[in-house]
Design a protein around this ligand. Structure first.
Ligand SMILES: Nc1ncnc2c1ncn2[C@@H]1O[C@H](COP(=O)(O)OP(=O)(O)OP(=O)(O)O)[C@@H](O)[C@H]1O
Ligand SMILES: [Mg+2]
Length: 237
């Protein structure tokens, strides 16, 4: 069966302008759509920090404390977020704690064992020892380079990648990280928004198909998994 790695942007499943908020109804709908694809696809999901991880890291920084001392607080809140997200996604999505699967990179064997019994493991952007933020996008990159999936799909809160920001005109059909003028995020963000996302995806786009699309529309997940073109395809520099 084919493997897809899907990142649910924190910008999709939460409101990054409102700390500790989740869009439960939308997450349920996304769960329904993804579940229907499971006879054709094996899935590994990763979600971003959204309105959980980003403000918590900022809060720690603003108090002049370090993630070496306080990283466990971020881990707690991100694992809490993953439990809530997977409960809303429904069967057979399960939270997999990123720091438990990280030792100088992602440990993939437990994930492969999960997909072999038709579960969908869900990782999250998180903090790992000695107090480093690993974004959801970085996890996707690590997974993709190791597992070489058929598809990497990054759900975010815009229609795709625009040539410049703020956008003038429609999103690009194909975008090369070298040509795009991307910026950070609209809410609280500690992992570099679209700019960093594109940098992370450059290498991934050399080994697999990478799509950035609007994940606020549940039907888009189905379209992409059926091979239709939605959003922006990333092509390497
Ligand atoms: N050229 C660009 N094209 C599209 N979006 C851009 C561009 N430049 C900057 N952005 C910003 O990047 C944001 C998406 O990145 P952001 O990190 O906020 O989302 P995410 O990765 O889905 O969320 P999270 O980091 O919580 O997982 C958009 O909402 C937009 O504000
Ligand atoms: Mg981001």
């Amino acid at each position: 069966m084919k493997l897809a790695i899907i990142k649910l942007g924190g910008s999709v499943i939460s409101d990054k302008r409102r700390p500790y908020s989740l869009k439960y109804e939308l997450i349920r709908e996304i769960g329904d759509v993804l579940r229907r694809s499971l006879d054709e696809w094996r899935l590994i999901l990763v979600h971003g920090g959204g309105s959980f991880g980003h403000p918590k890291v900022k809060e720690i920084m603003d108090k002049n404390m370090t993630l070496k001392d306080m990283g466990w607080e971020v881990i707690r809140i991100m694992c809490d977020m993953s439990v809530k997200v997977t409960e809303a996604l429904g069967r057979p999505f399960a939270p997999y704690s990123t720091p438990s699967l990280w030792s100088r990179g992602i440990i993939v064997e437990p994930l492969l064992e999960a997909i072999n019994v038709d579960w969908v493991p869900v990782l999250q952007g998180n903090v790992v020892p000695p107090g480093i933020v690993i974004s959801g996008d970085e996890i996707v990159k690590e997974l993709a380079l190791k597992l070489k999936p058929e598809l990497v799909a990054l759900a975010t809160d815009v229609e795709g990648v625009y040539a410049s920001w703020p956008p003038q005109g429609p999103p690009l059909k194909k975008a090369s990280p070298c040509d795009v003028e991307a910026k950070g995020s609209q809410g609280i963000d500690v992992t570099g928004g679209m700019k960093k996302k594109l940098e992370e995806m450059n290498m991934v786009a050399k080994v697999t198909r990478v799509i950035v699309f609007n994940g606020l529309k549940p039907e888009n997940y189905e379209k992409i998994l059926k091979g239709k073109i939605v959003g922006t395809e990333i092509v390497p520099c």
